[in-house]
Design a binder for this molecule. Structure first.
Ligand SMILES: C[S@@+](CC[C@H](N)C(=O)[O-])C[C@H]1O[C@@H](n2cnc3c(N)ncnc32)[C@H](O)[C@@H]1O
Length: 239
């Protein structure tokens, strides 16, 4: 069975380009990764078109992507074909791994993916998983859940930090194109604007050589919403 979870960006790169340029335009996700990834060799899991990997500074990044149609042909990043569940590297190879908006894809075997990423990390390697947090204006338009709650990650020793960001579009036309394609014309009628509040969550774990232990970072102030408070003492709002 193929590990590729179908993603619209492979057949509609123009739409994906609107998504990537508007989502977190202020760069909080990349800032978080630059601040928390160690130096060394880093794996980007489900790297898409390399948007995030291109913005990570001072580390050597290998982009792992299962769908060749996502990978730009004119690109100087280092690409390897593989999936979260099947990482084609030997044990204890990377200093860290991260995934931005790849683990939430419905159909990914997260437990298998987590075991696989821990296998390829060196002792004291860092894993950072970035996903939609929910509890915000952007995800409120969705009729189903498109957020990744903390239960799975906390049970596996991750801490969490909520990043307060936004979808900020270059034009109302771009906003209409992307938001209507996500949530439908009917839902978005009368609701098109250039910026939508958006919360992202960063799940972080330090993997020890003898097994996995949770990290306990002091990340600043608590978030204010009940959903953020529910994350517990390791979470923080980032305003
Ligand atoms: C929402 S996109 C995110 C891309 C990129 N990480 C970013 O932030 O722009 C999800 C990516 O996961 C890839 N993907 C699909 N199945 C996967 C799997 N089993 N393991 C890892 N990535 C997968 C898709 O091809 C797509 O490139």
């Amino acid at each position: 069975m193929s590990d590729i979870i179908p993603f619209y960006g492979a057949c509609n790169p123009d739409l994906f380009s609107i998504e990537r340029s508007s989502m977190d335009r202020s760069g909080k996700i990349v800032d978080f990764l630059n601040a928390h990834l160690p130096q060394g060799l880093i794996l980007d899991i489900g790297a898409g078109n390399g948007f995030t990997a291109r913005r990570i500074r001072g580390r050597r990044i290998i982009c792992l992507e299962p769908d060749p149609d996502m990978i730009p042909s004119d690109d100087d990043l280092l690409w390897v074909k593989g999936s979260a569940e099947n990482i084609p590297f030997h044990d204890s190879y990377f200093d860290a791994a991260y995934a931005t908006f790849a683990y939430f894809l419905a159909g990914i075997d997260k437990s298998k993916g987590l075991a696989e990423v821990e296998r390829v990390l060196k002792g004291n390697g860092t894993i950072i998983i970035i996903d939609n947090f929910g509890d915000d204006e952007f995800t409120s338009f969705s009729s189903g859940s498109i957020s990744e709650g903390p239960a799975f990650y906390h049970a596996h020793g991750f801490t969490s930090q909520v990043l307060h960001t936004s979808f900020q579009f270059a034009s109302l036309e771009d906003a209409h194109t992307l938001m209507s394609s996500y949530f439908g014309e009917d839902t978005m009628r009368g609701n098109i604007k250039q910026e939508y509040e958006y919360k992202v969550v960063a799940y972080t774990k330090l993997v020890c050589a003898q097994g996995a232990l949770p990290t306990y970072h002091a990340f600043g102030t608590f978030g204010t919403s009940p959903a953020e408070q529910a994350l517990g003492p390791n979470a923080s709002g980032d305003r």
